[in-house]
Design a protein around this ligand. Structure first.
Ligand code: ZN
Length: 695
């Protein structure tokens, strides 16, 4: 099931396939936030800067990111089981080890109550580790799904199949999502988006550059091999049909840039309208089988022209080809949970070919990640008890208050927003909800059955459990306590429909947050992260939502014009960055995140100044406070990525590559120029009229 549209700090897939959804947490009052002076100022003399990573052969003024992280970049090798490595991955790996030790110690206990979440975690993990059973079962756990597809008599029944596949989280051309109505955030409705591709983006099917062409050839070879293993005598023919059908689907899909538009992707349609738009799809049957009948006033269609195109495809593609296609998606979806030969083949394509990773992760890591992905909120409860110091939350709350206060002051000085819009922006800040650490109520898994010897069954039942949880939201008040990430996730997000920012426990650690260090490094690290998330409320997408999370235009034409001039310059700046020869950053795809990085850093700087209350910051390790703040920013982005993974991110990730997140945002900060004496002729130098200053 498609997830809510939130704006994250980094791509969720950087770290794991964590897809945990969540519950609840106290919001701290953001109205009348205390005016900043009572910062959590530590009289500590630790800078928190990793001075040992500085590369003196690079000038700070030419490439600050490489100057700050140069030695780390030279001396670090990406681990054999990873596609990238950096601060985020290091913390994610730490989380993974902590979760592993939690599961291990629970496994030792022989008196866990039957049916308790602890017992479910232990049994789920055991089902993944039980290789002997998996070898014995081979592909047989998927036989009921294959039989279901084989039994289809006509194309009308594809509606039933697509509804069913949603419940077990197998990708299909129509992806169902449950979430707040963009135009009435008090209402929960269902929506449908395009889907159904096996490769990461339509470009992988449609672009003819050498690398993507090779990937495509390997994809079809991978399909053929897997089908052959599963006993398909016509595997070669079927693999060709699958690639051809997915290519047709890719052609009618909207691009990722088009999908960033919250107005164009908001198309509520009633059953009658859908019947006209796509007459060959059995909508009545679909609504009943997906359990949506009578529960949603309409379906919000993301891409109407795609639905129309899908209808044509449905009509012209023979039923037998659809059967082959859906069986393939079932097989590919569960291959990691089958016997070794399927796991290895899947990894050879999705790990090695697509992302450049030489070795698959150890089984225990994959086991923990699967438990995390399926019942991560249950695991989160145990994680927080053991690993989240309560002090961190209090200090974080103060940092957030200071960032909000800095935004509040900044709004009044903006050159691109008129007076009325400034009032609306203040209202949006007043209503901003903040969640830190972990939910204040934990998800109940009583209705979920986990068996020690059924890995595929456990994954399917967990998906069905989640599906029911989502369906149950329809027609009920919005649960404002819900979390969209688990506490052990190293990431953060802004949710425009909730107008909320969320910081899971696991990101509140160095290099983002140093409990023992002087403030400057924390403003450059977690401070800029907080600023980043708040700024999503005012980026090119978030700014189209109002203070209660409704898609409503609160801008004047003049504001739009001024804002568009700035975003145009920012698009051009990031378009010029190229991390891989022949591939550039897509400035439009990454616009919202680039705005958030630039604004977040600028506001973090202002909040830091406010926290100093007019006093001069101490010099520590030979660095001024301002210098340490920018060091703090640059060091959180230290990261290395394998080339195929980098290309995938350029095609799919709304965030810019790490180096350009570091340097790109700095080049627009006037105070960075002052702090390091950047002058005309230096490589980081942008003329004052070229610098994009939003906040
Ligand atoms: Zn973001």
């Amino acid at each position: 099931m498609k997830r809510l549209m939130t704006r994250t700090l980094i791509a969720a897939a950087v770290l794991t396939q964590m897809t945990g959804n969540a519950n609840a947490e106290a919001t701290i009052p953001t109205t009348n936030a205390p005016a900043t002076q009572n910062t959590p100022s530590k009289t500590n003399s630790i800078s928190g800067i990793s001075l040992e990573n500085i590369d003196d052969n690079v000038r700070a003024q030419d490439d600050f990111y490489t100057y700050v992280n140069g030695k780390w970049l030279k001396n670090t090798e990406i681990p054999a089981d990873k596609s990238s490595w950096g601060s985020f991955n290091e913390l994610a790996e730490k989380s993974l080890n902590q979760l592993h030790s939690i599961i291990d110690s629970e496994t030792q206990k022989k008196d866990l109550p039957a049916g308790s979440i602890k017992q479910k975690i232990v049994d789920f993990y055991a089902s993944y580790m039980d290789e002997a059973t998996l070898e014995k079962l081979g592909i047989t756990p998927l036989n009921p799904e294959f039989a279901r597809i084989d039994a289809l008599q006509n194309k009308k029944q594809l509606a039933t199949l697509i509804a069913h596949l949603s419940t077990i989280d197998v990708g299909a051309p129509l992806e169902l999502g449950i979430g707040q109505d963009s135009k009435d955030s008090t209402k929960v409705v269902a929506g449908l988006d395009q889907g159904g591709l096996g490769l990461p983006d339509r470009d992988y099917y449609l672009k003819d550059d050498e690398k993507l062409k090779t990937t495509r050839e390997k994809y079809v070879a991978y399909i053929e091999k897997m089908l052959t293993m599963s006993g398909d005598a016509a595997a070669k023919k079927h693999a060709g049909e699958i690639l051809a059908l997915e290519t047709e689907i890719a052609k009618i899909q909207w691009t990722k840039v088009e999908n960033r538009d919250p107005v164009k992707t908001y198309n509520p349609m009633t059953l009658n309208k859908l019947k006209v738009l796509a007459p060959h799809f059995d909508w009545t049957r679909y609504l009943v089988d997906a359990e949506l009948q009578g529960k949603t006033p309409y379906l919000v269609i993301g891409q109407p022209s795609y639905i129309k195109g899908f209808d044509r495809l449905l009509e012209k593609t023979p039923l037998d080809v659809w059967k082959v296609y859906f069986k393939w998606h079932v097989l590919s979806s569960f291959a990691s949970q089958l016997s070794k030969s399927y796991v290895d083949e899947r990894f050879a394509f999705f790990g090695t070919t697509l992302r450049g990773v030489p070795e698959n992760e150890l089984r225990w890591k994959r086991a923990v990640k699967t438990v995390e992905a399926e019942i991560g909120q249950g695991l989160g409860q145990l994680y927080v008890e053991q690993y989240f110091p309560a002090d961190n939350k209090a200090r974080m709350e103060k940092l957030v208050s200071n960032l909000i206060a800095a935004y509040r002051q900044s709004i009044n000085t903006l050159d691109w927003m008129g007076d009325n819009s400034k009032k609306e922006a203040q209202k949006k800040l007043d209503k901003l909800a903040v969640k830190i650490g972990y939910p204040n109520k934990w998800r109940n898994y009583d209705q979920l059955e986990i068996k020690r010897d059924e890995l595929v069954g456990n994954v399917m039942r967990s998906s069905q459990f989640e599906y029911q949880r989502q369906i149950n939201k329809l027609g009920k008040p919005v649960d404002r306590d819900e979390w969209g990430m688990t506490p052990q996730t190293v990431n953060a997000y802004y949710n425009p429909s909730m107008n909320e920012i969320v910081f899971p426990a696991a990101i509140l650690q160095p290099p983002f947050f140093h409990a023992d260090a002087d403030d400057a490094v924390n403003y450059g690290g977690i401070g800029a992260v907080i600023g980043h998330e708040i700024s999503h409320g005012f980026d090119d997408q978030g700014s189209q939502f109002d203070e209660v999370g409704n898609l409503r235009n609160w801008w004047t034409a003049e504001d739009h014009k001024n804002f568009a001039a700035k975003t145009k310059a920012l698009v051009a700046q990031y378009n010029a960055y190229s991390p891989v020869k022949g591939y550039n950053v897509n400035g439009e795809l990454t616009l919202g995140e680039n705005i958030a990085d630039n604004s977040g850093l600028a506001i973090a700087y202002k909040a830091y100044q406010l926290s100093l209350g007019g006093k001069t910051a101490p010099v520590i390790d030979g660095l001024t406070g301002d210098q340490r703040l920018y060091f703090g920013w640059a060091q959180v982005w230290r990261s290395k990525t394998r080339e195929p993974q980098e290309i995938m991110y350029l095609k799919t990730d709304p965030h810019s590559p790490a180096k350009f997140r570091g340097d790109g945002a700095l080049a627009n900060q006037p105070h960075f120029y002052d702090a390091f004496g950047v002058k005309d002729g230096d490589k980081m130098y942008l003329k004052p009229d070229q610098r994009v200053i939003m906040w």
